[in-house]
Write a protein that binds this ligand. Structure first.
Ligand code: HPA
Length: 276
């Protein structure tokens, strides 16, 4: 009988081996959030493998998350792009949510860009803004690092004081300035979803210091930080959060705004990865 940890390490290894056999290795990984999948079309010399063909990877259930692991080039940089992520609200257990991060680490990838769609809480934001995440608040109700620990992942009690790499944040701002794009910066609060928040919750999050709110990214960021990966995270503010927005929130609006911003977002990411 193998332990849970042995099974988990075996799953990570089997997934990594399958990806390695199908795709060339890359230095930078980009996780594409809701509606941001079209960035994948900017990848040259793309090789792909479907999540269905990667052992232990579930198939995403969210419309707009295609479930494709890609390797190719953006402006000369070798990148993996993950079109589709696993959310806790889909019913996945926390270790499955961070499985792709464990696998990327196993593949030797040490640079990571996480992207997401988020609701804007900061009153200076408007839908369509991009926001570099400076820090986060984890209110998802769980920590994905709970459970048996493998030393190869890094420390049991990881320091989180510099998880969003300051140099990458500076780089993102300088690239945005060159491109003439507005780039906000702020604190992202991660909740479990799948409901959007109540107006009272958004008021609370505002008092707590959150600038944006979403249902992803935090677990992956925690795992990446533990494993010593250099991390940049960017939110697309697809809507103003509940109570700030005057109309009911829908996934449709999230999709429409991210589609609108896609060109700017792609241009920004392209320049960033060439300089990372
Ligand atoms: N709340 C939570 N997650 C989201 C939102 C929101 O308003 N918009 C996009 N993802």
């Amino acid at each position: 009988m193998s332990t849970m940890l042995e099974q988990e390490l075996k799953a990570i290894e089997e997934a990594a081996e399958t990806i390695d056999a199908a795709l060339p290795r890359a230095d930078i990984a980009i996780v594409l959030g809701s509606g941001l999948g079209p960035l994948a079309e900017n990848i040259e010399e793309a090789h792909t493998i479907s999540y269905q063909d990667i052992p232990h990877f579930p198939v995403p259930t969210v419309i707009s998350h295609s479930g494709t692991f890609i390797s190719g080039k953006i402006g000369g940089a070798k990148v993996y792009a993950l079109s589709g992520r696993f959310h806790y609200y889909e019913g996945h257990d926390p270790h499955t949510v961070i499985l792709p991060m464990r696998v990327l680490h196993k593949l030797g990838c040490r640079k990571l860009i996480l992207t997401n769609a988020a609701g804007g809480i900061n009153p200076n934001f408007v839908p369509g803004d991009l926001m570099v995440i400076r820090d986060h608040i984890n209110l998802a109700g769980y920590n994905p690092l709970r459970g048996e620990h493998a030393d190869e992942w890094g420390p049991r009690f990881p320091d989180m004081s510099n998880m969003y790499d300051a140099h990458y944040r500076e780089l993102a701002h300088s690239v945005a300035a060159e491109l003439g794009l507005t780039l906000q910066e702020g604190v992202y609060c991660g909740l479990s979803g799948p409901t959007f928040e109540t107006p009272a919750e958004i008021k609370m999050l505002s008092i707590l210091g959150a600038d944006a709110v979403g249902m992803s990214t935090v677990p992956e960021a925690l795992a990446a930080c533990q494993m010593g990966m250099h991390l940049l995270a960017i939110s697309c503010i697809t809507n103003m959060a509940a109570g700030i927005s005057k109309h009911p929130l829908t996934h449709q609006e999230v999709m429409e705004t991210s589609k609108m911003v896609e060109k700017h977002f792609s241009a920004l990411i392209k320049e960033i990865v060439t300089k990372m």
